[in-house]
Design a protein around this ligand. Structure first.
Ligand SMILES: Nc1nc2c(ncn2[C@@H]2O[C@H](COP(=O)(O)OP(=O)(O)OP(=O)(O)O)[C@@H](O)[C@H]2O)c(=O)[nH]1
Length: 402
């Protein structure tokens, strides 16, 4: 498998893993949100509707109790007064009782959907609430019947009420009130529990959001690091490619192609500004022998040393390239062949001095100057090559131009 195939495979794996985790988080978040909404709906149902309704029952019972006390005192009134008051009280007592029946019926209807709730906890709680309510309704009914009987009795007789009946009514009233209070408390407890459940679910969701954020952040950071690495290696590869496209890796000088690109530009500039320009072709002498006797590595070292001497001795605007093997080219913008020869002579001497210590490798140079007869890169190169050939013929280790 190639490197890029391996990269592609790794990228796909990272992407699939991230997608799977993101989907898991999404499903989990969705489930938690759905659960929280369910609990919230039940909570608000009780808090906003049923609880105030249950609390409404309590004052109704209180009112009926007060009315009972009044009925109790009826026998103290004169019969002619009693006849006037009894119907008013009776009517008021019945009205309050009807209101009680209406409110408790509403409460019963509202409890009904919760009795069929899909959540078992809600169902169990609501069953006990429902039983309590039924008990209250039943007891209230008995209580009301007894009081109404007492009113009838008041209408017809002048007799005092038997104390047992009054005690019984008082007890029933107390029971009724107590049961109403416990109904209200039960509903309040349920509301409180629902509120806690909502809080728990909200905390869970917040935790989920925090974990998701941390995860997304880490994933993002990893992605960024990966992208940076990919970009760095891409940049390095581009740098390498452009380096190899323009430079000779052994000597770090321009390669033949890049040298000639620059050389053509220099020729155009020289023609436009009407300034001189010279080209020098250099070749090491008997370099083959160095390779054959001392080895290829020693040959390489001599080539890099020669390149270094070239670089150090040319002027700021001059440039040099490796033509191939042991052949080099130097461009001298704004220099006649005489001026170029002066610089080249210095190079030849330095190289000869350097090598004289260890080996006897020397260099030979041929120079050509831009003219009407030699006004292209090819013609200049041909002219410089001829000069080099002449110098080699003349015994090497010298500079020829003219
Ligand atoms: N070490 C080394 N040798 C190289 C490289 N490129 C070419 N050569 C060798 O350089 C030698 C060039 O020899 P020639 O230019 O033909 O001849 P020469 O021995 O220099 O003789 P003259 O040029 O006539 O003085 C050959 O033996 C090539 O194998 C390189 O990158 N490194």
């Amino acid at each position: 498998m190639t490197n890029s195939e391996q990269h592609k495979k790794n990228n796909t794996r990272v992407f699939l893993l991230a997608t799977a985790i993101a989907l898991l988080i999404l499903v989990n978040g969705g489930f938690a949100y759905w659960q929280m909404n369910q609990v919230k709906a039940e909570f608000y149902e009780v808090a906003n509707r049923d609880l105030p309704l249950a609390q409404e029952l309590l004052p109704l019972i209180d009112r009926q109790f007060e009315q009972t006390l009044l009925i109790e005192k009826l026998h103290q009134l004169k019969p002619e007064h009693r006849i006037k008051v009894v119907p008013i009280l009776e009517e008021s007592f019945i009205r309050t009782g009807n209101k009680f029946a209406e409110t408790s019926a509403k409460l019963e209807t509202m409890l009904k959907p919760m009795l069929d709730s899909p959540r078992e906890m809600t169902r169990t709680k609501m069953q006990s609430v429902d039983q309590l309510l039924k008990q209250i309704i039943k007891e209230h009914h008995q209580y009301q019947t007894q009081v109404l009987e007492m009113i009838d009795h008041n209408k017809e007789s002048r007799l005092e009420y038997p104390t047992e009946l009054l005690d019984l009514l008082a007890d029933e009233e107390k029971d009724l009130t107590n049961e109403l209070i416990s109904l209200r408390d039960e509903l309040q407890r349920f509301t409180l529990n629902s509120a806690k459940a909502v809080e728990r679910h909200e905390a869970m969701i917040i935790k989920g959001v925090v974990i998701f954020t941390l995860f997304a952040f880490s994933l993002g950071t990893i992605m960024l690091i990966l992208i940076r690495q990919i970009m760095n290696s891409r940049e390095q590869a581009i740098e390498k490619i452009s380096y190899f496209a323009n430079y000779d890796p052994l000597t770090d000088l321009f390669n033949r192609r890049h040298f000639f690109d620059q050389f053509n530009l220099a020729i155009r500039e020289a023609e436009e500004s009407n300034t001189p320009l010279s080209l020098c072709v250099c070749d090491l002498d008997h370099f083959k022998e160095v390779n054959d006797t001392l080895g290829h590595q020693a040959g390489d070292n001599i080539l890099t040393t020669f390149a270094e001497i070239l670089r150090k001795n040319i002027r700021e605007n001059d440039f040099v390239g490796r033509f191939g093997g042991d052949e080099f080219v130097i461009c001298f913008p704004d220099a006649t062949s005489d001026q170029a020869a002066e610089i080249v002579e210095r190079i030849r001497t330095r190289f000869a001095e350097y090598n004289a210590l260890k080996l006897s490798v020397t260099s030979t140079f041929g120079i050509a100057e831009l003219s009407h007869a030699a006004n292209t890169d090819d013609l200049l190169l041909e002219k410089a090559d001829k000069a080099l050939y002449k110098a080699k013929e003349n015994g090497r280790n010298q500079v020829h131009w003219g």
